[in-house]
Design a protein around this ligand. Structure first.
Ligand SMILES: NC(=O)C1=CN([C@@H]2O[C@H](COP(=O)(O)OP(=O)(O)OC[C@H]3O[C@@H](n4cnc5c(N)ncnc54)[C@H](OP(=O)(O)O)[C@@H]3O)[C@@H](O)[C@H]2O)C=CC1
Ligand SMILES: O=C(O)C(=O)[C@@H](O)[C@H](O)C(=O)CO
Length: 280
């Protein structure tokens, strides 16, 4: 059993989920099904990943592994090119249809796309989709405090989830504090730094040795200790199992602080500052 965390709305999520970017087709679906079989219950996807079909197929096969549909949280995301109200509603309906499920459990705006300037309108569509039962819970990705404040002041509805880039080179201290204060669950994307050199750092290796854990487990345990929900992606059952083992690693406050200290001002993996980055 994976421990859980709860949002202001009462939405409860496992403290670790499964990323599916680049898992698609039959091989992708098989990898996602392995993840469900291995114990993952929170699945991340997006309209733009072109894999909602594979995620849905794996979710529909979950009962083969004794997992009920109601035990899974299947997530997808609205792309920037469909932020206008009617396009957003049609896209959410399309996402649900692609999964072959009756509804999705969590739906997120993928990026604020501030230059397009329609994320408040898109948020209105997500609120409506939740009221209609198309989706069970709603949130955003890559939203800064200024974007969240606009949603609150213009719609009165705060997201239940904010999924942001978060790994030791980009610890997101301020965003985490803002989300926590407002009861918004922060999910961490690229929590393993996409498998970059963070996993080879001696500071991480030392902590891993002290816990008889792997570097990946320590980095994920650090995210969990700070109140974030990491969404590691892994194709093989071995790495999926390894990453899930992070929930059993409890770091000391000093260890958490030492990993947070690896953060850098330019720590983003790519040039994706939500103030200016546009993804359609
Ligand atoms: N909302 C947003 O804007 C974004 C959301 N996301 C979501 O977040 C998820 C996770 O982020 P992602 O970018 O995939 O990166 P991750 O940080 O999850 O890293 C995935 C990479 O690390 C490798 N890996 C997995 N486990 C281990 C391990 N234990 N040791 C060493 N290497 C490992 C994987 O390889 P292999 O699979 O071969 O094992 C893969 O190459 C995505 O899949 C997606 O669902 C991602 C980016 C943006
Ligand atoms: O993977 C996602 O969810 C994204 O939002 C992409 O921007 C991804 O981070 C990427 O790097 C695409 O080039």
């Amino acid at each position: 059993m994976i421990p859980t965390t709860t949002a202001h709305s009462g939405l409860t999520l496992p403290v670790l989920g499964f990323g599916t970017y680049r898992l698609k087709g039959r091989a992708g679906s098989a990898a996602i099904e392995r993840a469900i079989q291995g114990g993952y219950r929170l699945l991340d996807s997006a309209f733009n990943y072109e894999n909602e079909g594979s995620v849905g197929a794996a979710a529909r096969a979950a009962d083969r592994h004794g997992v009920e549909r109601g035990d899974l949280i299947v997530t997808s995301k609205l792309p920037g090119r469909h932020h206008a109200h009617d396009a957003a509603i049609a896209t959410i309906e399309e996402s649900v249809a692609r999964t072959g499920l009756a509804s999705l459990d969590l739906y997120l705006i993928h990026w604020p796309n501030p230059r397009i300037g329609q994320y408040v309108e898109a948020w209105g569509a997500l609120v409506e989709a939740k009221e209609r039962g198309l989706v069970g819970a709603i949130g955003v990705c890559n939203f800064l405090p200024e974007h969240l404040e606009r949603l609150r002041s213009e719609t009165g509805v705060l997201p239940e989830v904010n999924q942001v880039e978060l790994h030791p080179y980009f610890p997101q201290e301020e965003q985490l504090a803002f989300d926590r204060e407002h009861g918004i669950i922060t999910q961490a994307w690229s929590p393993l730094g996409r498998g970059n050199d963070i996993l080879d750092r001696p500071e991480i290796a030392e902590i891993a040795a002290a816990h008889e854990a792997t570097a990946g487990q320590v980095v994920l345990a650090w995210a969990i200790a700070r109140g974030a929900v990491p969404l590691p992606k892994a194709a093989s059952a071995e790495r999926q199992r390894e990453n899930l083992g992070a929930v059993d690693v409890t770091l000391t406050d000093d260890e958490v602080a030492a990993i947070t200290a690896l953060g850098r001002a330019d720590g983003r993996l790519a040039d994706q500052d939500p103030r200016v980055y546009e993804e359609l």
